[in-house]
Design a protein around this ligand. Structure first.
Ligand SMILES: *Cc1c(COP(=O)(O)O)cnc(C)c1O
Ligand SMILES: [Zn+2]
Length: 394
């Protein structure tokens, strides 16, 4: 196993603390596919560490992540007239988002490399997750967040797990820039998604989908922020393909919020990717103007025959409500972008109703309760009598 530059192909040993190639390109972990266990996809006892032989790490700092439910969304299937629709509910992870998959592997790697401090920039979920895994590992975590811009639940998590929370006067992209400089200067292990080991944990979403479904879905749809997760899931499917476990691949469909959609814009206008200056959306987890993993994500979409799309905040809120009220699935706004994107693409005819779709619902709805409460008028209290109650429900 080595680290390989996705731009120039140069290789580095896996035990070197390094996030980028000398040429500036992103690194990717190359797994030795001769050594993986291809017989484990039996639909049983599904959890992240089941796939240990596919993961580039020997230590294990775990909170029992993965094994999240794959729901069939029968009500929405019939509402939308789609052949097969599923949601992979990543909100069911230990800290309530898929970031736990990256952190169980990333923090394990930190220990393996002998690091005793970890750092990340975060729109919220990364900090909550890093803080929890650092606590479990007994090491120090620093998290830099855009001041005043992160959801309440996520902030509470980072605080209670004991991370050193540092708000930055700026947005996520500013925070990430400081983290990159700090980690180099002060020798603190960086666990943003440009760290290739994070993506190794997140690729297990692909393994689990195949393991749970017993087949490869036609399409995987997910929200795109820093663009690590779409790259990771595609890597997972490709590894299964190259190891001979599966003989087809899904299309990867990445959804951004309109106010933070540099990838979707470049894709639709058929031009080169360009970062955006002031990203804005209610979906704070994908409020990112300069996705660090854009090259990997672009390749994932291109190679898979997929596409990028963007959706408005109104479409996101409507989809969030639909998932909750039609399927009993409460997700945070960013996660609902996947369903919003599906609806938009079905209506425009760009994708077919006669295929199977897996939505990745990336984070739990309780992360960001204010979004819901803000749009809801709490009713006046009534007298504690049957009469009064009958009156209000009639
Ligand atoms: C981090 C996150 C995303 C975006 O994932 P990227 O890998 O940054 O593209 C989407 N939704 C939720 C809930 C997240 O926490
Ligand atoms: Zn390179």
């Amino acid at each position: 196993m080595v680290l390989k530059c996705v731009v120039c192909g140069r290789e580095y040993p896996e035990d070197e603390v390094r996030y980028r190639c000398e040429c500036g390109g992103l690194l990717e972990v190359v797994i030795d596919l001769d050594k993986v266990d291809t017989s484990i996809f039996n639909g049983k006892e599904i959890k992240l560490w089941k796939y240990e032989s596919w993961l580039p790490v020997k230590k294990r700092v775990s909170l029992e992540e993965g094994g999240t439910p794959l729901y069939r969304l029968l009500n929405l299937e019939s509402d939308l007239g789609v052949k097969e629709l599923y949601a992979k509910n990543e909100g069911a992870n230990p800290t309530g988002s898929f970031k736990d998959r990256g952190m169980t592997v990333g923090v394990s790697k930190a220990l393996e490399l002998g690091m005793d401090k970890v750092i990340c920039a975060s729109t919220g979920n990364t900090s909550a997750s890093l803080a929890a895994y650092a606590a479990k590992a007994g090491i120090k975590a620093y998290v830099l967040i855009p001041s005043g811009k992160i959801a309440l639940g996520k902030l509470a998590q980072a605080i209670i797990y004991g991370a050193r929370v540092v708000p930055i006067k700026g947005n996520f992209d500013d925070a990430l820039r400081v983290v990159v400089e700090t980690s180099k200067e002060l020798g603190i292990y960086m666990l943003n998604s440009i760290n290739p080991f994070r993506l190794e944990g997140q690729k297990t979403i692909a393994y689990e989908i195949y393991d749970q479904l017993g087949k490869v879905p036609d399409n995987v749809i997910l929200p795109v922020g820093n663009a690590g997760n779409i790259s990771a899931i595609w890597k997972g499917f490709k590894e299964m393909y190259e190891a001979g476990v599966i003989d087809e691949l899904p299309r990867m469909i990445g959804i951004q919020a309109e106010g933070a959609s540099p990838l979707a814009k470049a894709w639709k206008e058929k031009r080169k990717f360009q970062p955006e200056e002031s990203p804005e959306t209610i979906a704070s987890a994908i409020r990112i103007g300069n996705p660090a993993n854009w090259i990997k994500a672009w390749r994932a979409v291109e190679e898979s025959g997929g596409l990028f799309e963007s959706v408005s905040d109104e479409e996101i809120l409507r989809a969030q409500k639909l998932l909750a009220s039609r399927e009993g699935l409460f997700v945070e706004p960013a996660s609902a972008a996947s369903l919003a994107g599906l609806i938009k693409l079905l209506e425009s005819g760009e994708i077919s109703r006669n295929e199977s779709y897996v939505l990745i619902t990336t984070g739990h709805g309780l992360k960001d309760p204010n979004i819901v409460i803000k749009n809801f008028q709490v009713p006046e209290p009534i007298d504690p009598t049957l009469e009064a109650f009958k009156e209000v429900i009639e």
